[in-house]
Structure formats: C-alpha cells, structure tokens
Design a protein around this ligand. Structure first.
Ligand code: SF4
Length: 335
C-alpha cells in the first residue's frame, strides 16, 4: 500500500535525521494521516460535542519533568528516556521552580507532580520533594518501581514515606509477558519487588495515608479497557498472586509520538491508530485534560501545557512574547 510505503520511507528518514527533525516529520506524517481521514479540526470537534473551549484556567498542578535519564528504556516511552540520556534539571532551575511554586501555593496551586525519566535518580529530586512538602503541597512521584531497587536508592522508600509522597507507578499488566515485552526483560519481577517494598512501608494500605496508584497503558495498537473493570482485575490478581495491595488504577492510552510513533510507522499503522483515536473521542475526557489546570516544566526550565507538548517542543506562548522559561516568568499561577 502507498501509505505503508510512505510510512517505511519516513521511518528511515527519522532514523537518519535524528531527534529534532523527527518531531517535524512526525507532525507532517500525523497531519497527512489526519487529512486523509477527513476529520474536523479539534476546535470544531469540541464545539460539535458541546465541550468547553480549551482555555487555560488558574494553575492547580505544577508538573516538573526533571530529566530524561532512566534505568529503563521502554518500547512506548513518550519521552524516549533510557540509561543513555544525560539531560537533567540543575539546582538553579529547581530553585526557580520552587520559588514560583511558593508564590502560587497561597492561591490555587495544590500539587507538585514530578516526572522524568526516572525522577528519583536526579540529584534535585529530594530537594524538590522536601521543598514542596514544607509549603504544604501534595507531591506526586511518577515512579517506574524498578528504581526502588537501584544501587544507592536503599533509603528511597523510607524517604518517600516520611515525606508522605503519593506514588503513581507504571505497571501495564499483572502478567510477566506483557510487562517484560513493553518495558524490558526482568522488569515485571523487579516491579513486583518494588511494590512489595512500598506495601511494607505502608503504601497502598488502608489507614496509612500513603497513596499508591498504578497506571495501565496498552501493549499494542488498541485502547485501554474500562478503568473500573480493569482495576477490579488488577486488585484481585495482584492480591492473589503476590499479596500486593494498591489504591487506584488509572488507564491511559499511548500518545502517537516518539517511540510509539516510531513503532506505529514501522508497522504501517499510524493512520489506523489515528482513526481509532478520532473515532473514540470522549467529550467527558476533553473536559478534564491537564492543560486546563496544569503547568508543565522541562528539565531545562521551559514551560509547556503538558508533557506531550513538551516532547513536541510546543511551548506555551505568552501574548506578545515568545519567552517561556521559568527564569523569565514572574508567575506560573496565571497565563
Ligand atoms: S520507565 Fe518511564 S521514563 Fe523510563 S523508559 Fe520507561 S516509560 Fe520511559
């Protein structure tokens, strides 16, 4: 098929040209695929479904992607993290983020959401956690679970528990085959060990106040099943097989960018996946998208609407000036 041929050619170009060009090419490929579907523009789709316009409100969550280094290199990673990445937030940027969080914490800002990479392996992680907790903010750690077993991280679980950090951890299945296929050999077994360590510290246990949530994402070209039903199965299986408990399961779908876009292109399925997304548009989900109340900051201090736009280098633009870094902003509370 012509589309398949085009997809293969594009995948080769991406490989040859590298990261920056890939973003431009990805955009072009997606646009071509969307054009061929003849779907309406996103604002038109919102209007048609009576969804409120995508307008930013006051920031309630400050999300920091503090670095791209990770001890894993998962097949669907939307930030293309791996042990080879070296990008890391420095102390000056972390200080500036805490300064802006402090300024906004008297208002609507309630949460510091820390992600990566494996954020715990960044030298600023504990500084940011403790700084935000002193301000009374809820802190979320986007944890890959295996990081808890990394050399030098023996005191990580007690640190997280003492600070009352909420853990949101990736576990795309309760079977070894699916997890290891998506996240690498041995990841399932180490993830289970990590979950047991968290449970032993009180995480996911009733009355402890220590929240442990899990995240599912599909291991293939399909969308996540209904969340409540899958949560029930996860709770049952993890308890029966390993004695593990947790609070809630969140079902996410894979964004067709970066490694997942590469995968779709290699399979010649980008158009098919976009069609699936368009046909599954959920007006209720559109009301709750993160860019309505979240500000996202990259390891080098640039400001975005969300982690996905960050990876596509689509920064928030302020009226009249293109600058969008935390160093240049006087507030993250309002846009
Ligand atoms: S653990 Fe998370 S950040 Fe690390 S490679 Fe996997 S998906 Fe990416």
């Amino acid at each position: 098929m012509e589309a398949d041929e085009e997809g293969k050619k594009l995948a080769q170009q991406l490989l040859a040209r590298g990261q920056a060009a890939m973003t431009r090419e990805e955009r072009r490929a997606r646009q071509r695929s969307l054009d061929s579907l003849g779907c309406p523009s996103f604002p038109a789709l919102l209007q048609e479904n009576n969804v409120s316009p995508m307008v930013r409100g006051t920031a309630k969550i400050l999300q920091l992607n503090i670095g791209l280094y990770c001890n894993q290199a998962c097949g669907h990673c939307h930030v293309e993290s791996s042990p080879l990445r070296t990008e890391m937030m420095d102390r000056a940027t972390a200080e500036r983020c805490l300064h802006l969080a402090r300024e906004a914490s008297g208002g609507a800002l309630s949460t510091l959401d820390i992600t990566g990479g494996a954020p715990e392996l960044n030298s600023q992680f504990r500084y940011l956690v403790s700084g935000a907790r002193v301000m009374g903010l809820e802190v979320i750690d986007r944890c890959n679970l295996t990081v808890l077993l990394e050399p030098g991280q023996e005191d990580l679980v007690p640190f997280l528990a003492n600070e009352g950090v909420r853990i949101v951890a990736s576990l795309p299945c309760y079977t070894i085959e699916n997890v290891d296929e998506q996240r690498g050999r041995g990841v399932f077994e180490r993830s289970i060990q990590g979950l047991k360590m968290l449970n032993a510290a009180g995480y996911g246990k009733e009355g402890s106040g220590l929240i442990l949530d899990l995240v599912y994402n599909p291991n293939g070209i399909f969308l996540a099943p209904p969340q409540a039903k899958l949560q029930e199965a996860y709770k049952q299986e993890l308890q029966d097989l390993f004695g593990i408990s947790f609070n809630s399961l969140f079902c996410l779908n894979n964004m067709p960018i970066k490694r997942y876009a590469d995968y779709l292109l290699r399979q010649g399925k980008l158009g098919e996946y976009l069609e699936l997304l368009v046909n599954s548009f959920n007006p209720a989900a559109a009301e709750g998208v993160m860019c309505r109340d979240t500000v996202n900051v990259s390891w080098d201090g640039r400001v975005y609407d969300c982690d996905f736009n960050q990876q596509l280098e689509m920064g928030i633009r302020l009226p009249g000036k293109p600058a969008n870094s935390v160093a240049e902003r006087s507030t993250i509370a309002r846009q």
